[in-house]
Design a protein around this ligand. Structure first.
Ligand SMILES: C[S@@+](CC[C@H](N)C(=O)[O-])C[C@H]1O[C@@H](n2cnc3c(N)ncnc32)[C@H](O)[C@@H]1O
Length: 327
């Protein structure tokens, strides 16, 4: 696409990818006309015009809402000014999180493997008059080394991305690919820096009650992987490679990737568009379900019951992990 031809430093997107890759909620041709409309009509109007009819209100609001970056208050923001406080948004998608980060952080580097969404983000940032963001097209995560030097960033964000990276190659296990992505994120962090990982709980209440998994099917996240694979193949969806994990599973994965200081927070209603981010302790959870949550009926009763037993973190729908590198 046009943006690809001018993908050089200073023109919006730095292109460091060696191969083509496309991941999005809408097909490529629709995305190309959305990018053209973003320049002609404005980025927000383009989303309403081209994304809303195809993907619905939830996805459109998700693409727009820069308050989704509010989890950044959990990240260590350095007090020094040299080098500038810098954050890497890995898998930046429509750029809502990037935009929110850019209002606060001195330097944001946002990377994705899909050129079209990066072109949209470039347009969005220009129209919002936000400077200090570098957009980089990279090879799909899990392909190897990230094109950033060791200890380059104070924070790395992986929001709604780790569950997808297993799809980009099939010659390694999903767990190996995910671990390698986390290792690379860690390598890029400065001492004292932190990774933010926003992601679903494999055994979240909604999944246990039949919410659709990343492949569009119900219950596959909670099934043993081998059975999920069979179900996926039987429904002509190929291999099952969008792994999410339990509370203990994420801790193990983060430890294997070299993180020791790991803290859990619970975004509500979900990490995708959180209104609240709770510390994972019984008082905060009881307060939320007693006073704040809009859950009703059986779901509210079930949530209050498991919260009262101290078990809620095990079945929360999504997790916000902060994994620190020692100072
Ligand atoms: C659900 S979106 C999340 C976007 C963004 N982080 C946010 O919270 O708005 C998933 C993003 O991951 C990217 N992605 C998926 N698989 C990827 C891979 N293997 N390597 C790099 N990016 C990938 C997609 O291009 C997309 O931007």
């Amino acid at each position: 696409m046009a943006c690809g031809r001018r993908a050089t430093v200073g023109s919006g997107v730095i292109d460091l990818a060696t191969r083509d890759f496309y991941w999005n909620q809408i097909p490529r041709d629709a995305m190309e006309s959305l990018v053209a409309n973003a320049a002609a009509l404005g980025w927000r109007a383009a989303l309403e015009h081209d994304l809303l009819p195809r993907a619905g209100r939830y996805v459109t609001d998700y693409a727009i809402d820069e308050r989704r970056a509010d989890f950044a208050c959990l990240l260590p923001y350095p007090s020094r000014s040299i080098p500038p406080a810098s954050v890497l948004d890995l898998g930046c998608g429509w750029g809502a999180v990037t935009t929110g980060l850019a209002r606060v952080w001195d330097e944001v580097v946002s990377a994705d493997s899909t050129l079209e969404t990066l072109c949209f983000v470039a347009e969005r940032l220009e129209q919002e008059r936000l400077r200090g963001v570098t957009l980089v097209r990279i090879d799909p995560l899990g392909s190897g080394r990230l094109p950033f030097s060791d200890a380059r960033f104070d924070a790395v964000v992986l929001n709604g991305v780790l569950e997808w990276v297993g799809q980009s190659r099939t010659d390694r296990s999903v767990g190996e690919i995910q671990e390698s992505v986390l290792r690379e994120a860690r390598r890029c962090l400065r001492p004292g820096g932190a990774l933010y990982l926003g992601i679903e709980n494999r055994f979240g209440l909604e999944s246990l009650l039949g919410a659709r998994d990343h492949n569009g099917l119900r219950f596959t996240s909670v099934l043993p992987r081998a059975i999920a694979r069979l179900v996926n193949r039987a429904t002509k969806r190929g291999d099952y490679r969008t792994y999410t994990y339990s509370l203990r599973g994420y801790r193990r994965l983060l430890r294997r990737a070299g993180f020791d200081e790991i803290s859990l927070f619970l975004p509500k209603p979900s990490y995708r568009q959180p209104d609240y981010i709770l510390p994972a302790n019984r008082d905060a959870i009881a307060y939320y379900f007693g006073r704040v949550s809009a859950l009703a009926g059986a779901r509210r009763f079930a949530a209050k019951l498991v919260a009262g037993c101290g078990l809620y973190p095990w079945v929360a729908d999504s997790f916000a992990w902060i994994a620190r590198v020692p100072a």
